[in-house]
Design a protein around this ligand. Structure first.
Ligand code: FMN
Length: 342
């Protein structure tokens, strides 16, 4: 059931370094992409059916096509704010495979004609910020970033920006305000960021997982990516599972995987003596599924929407009852234990 398109090498500590990443074929897809026309990359991403992994599930290739051809500089922003309680998949991706994200971002930058990108990282993620900065430094030293990406005519600069711990800065226009040095408050839409975003210039905002997924899509082609998942929700997705399951953690599975398989198979089921009461399937903004709904839900955009919930940022949290009040909100923001009202 686990399908490790993105996470195959995450168990290797050396995968985090440039050398270790290259040993597993890292940056070969960037080499390939630089030989392709930017438009052809956008077409592959469209063909893959990739939908944004940050919450709304908007088709990525379509979003990229909204950029106006007005000769203005374009920005690419990676949304690594990961503020949704219970979600910790972007942190995993940044900490285990920073170069995978950087590669996906440079390819995306080439596709959309952007010479500057920022990774906006949740302020509390000190370790992710440190690892990303180190990886970006390595990429500059190796000529992967900078004036001439891998010796090509394409210039691309990348920077990490540490947020200051505000949930609203995960909303794309709030994030843009924060990046501009303003109070992190959302702006009215329209205009959408693709038309007028960072510094009022055309801007694409994508989630960490979305940008990392561009690597296998360009590598294998959009059609191959569609082999995973469902027709309307293609590809794989990382789900962060917490609560009283035997093996909590992040799991990459094809979209459309039954929720009960994730909980009872991958996660080893519930802890002894526990019964499933309800599940939050997509971040705490997502309406709760009852036990009965959870048992028949499949983890894709359509099924969860039909059930009146949403896939959101990809979180599966088993809710139990009763819990001592003291553990209602754990010390770690990402391991909340909710108490379901009796
Ligand atoms: C209140 C709020 C908080 C959000 N927080 C995040 C977040 O932490 N990370 C994220 O990627 N998207 C978040 N989003 C969604 C972003 O606004 C945006 O849609 C997303 O980054 C686009 O990337 P995608 O197309 O790759 O999903 C949030 C949206 C709202 C309304």
């Amino acid at each position: 059931m686990e399908t490790k398109l993105l996470t195959e090498h995450y168990h290797l500590p050396q995968y985090r370094s440039l050398d270790g990443y290259k040993k597993q074929g890292g940056y070969k897809v960037l080499e390939k992409a630089l030989k392709m026309e930017p438009k052809a990359i956008i077409e592959e991403v469209k063909a893959s059916g990739l939908r944004g992994r940050g919450g709304a599930g908007f088709p990525t290739g379509t979003k990229w096509s909204f950029l106006p051809n007005n000769g203005e500089p374009r920005y690419l922003l990676c949304n690594a704010d990961e503020g949704e309680p219970g979600t910790f998949k972007d942190r995993l991706m940044m900490e285990k495979a920073p170069h995978q994200l950087i590669e996906g971002m440079i390819i995306s930058g080439w596709a959309i004609g952007s010479h500057k990108s920022y990774i906006y990282v949740r302020g509390e993620y000190n370790e992710s910020i440190r690892i990303l900065r180190e990886a970006i430094k390595e990429a500059y030293a190796a000529g992967i970033l900078g004036e001439s990406v891998l010796g090509s005519k394409f210039k691309h600069d990348m920077d990490v920006y540490a947020g200051a711990g505000a949930y609203i800065c995960g909303e794309e226009t709030g994030m843009i305000s924060s990046l501009e040095g303003l109070k992190g408050q959302p702006k009215l839409k329209p205009p959408f960021p693709a038309i007028q975003g960072y510094l009022k210039k055309p801007t694409i905002v994508n989630n960490v997982e979305t940008l990392a997924a561009v690597v296998p899509i360009v590598d294998q082609g959009g059609a191959a990516y569609r082999k995973y998942g469902t027709e309307k929700s293609p590809g794989t997705k990382l789900f962060s599972v917490s609560g009283n399951v035997m093996r909590p953690g992040n799991y990459e599975v094809p979209l459309g995987t039954p929720l009960k398989d994730i909980i009872f198979d991958l996660c080893g089921g519930l802890k002894p003596g526990r019964t499933l009461k309800a599940v939050i399937p997509g971040g705490s903004s997502a309406p709760v599924l009852t036990q009965e709904e959870a048992m028949r839900a499949t983890m894709d955009y359509e099924c969860l929407a039909q059930m009146g919930s949403m896939l959101g940022s990809g979180l599966t949290q088993e809710i139990r009852s009763p819990a001592p009040l003291a553990t209602q909100y754990g010390a770690d923001r990402h391991c909340y234990k909710y108490q379901f009202p009796e």
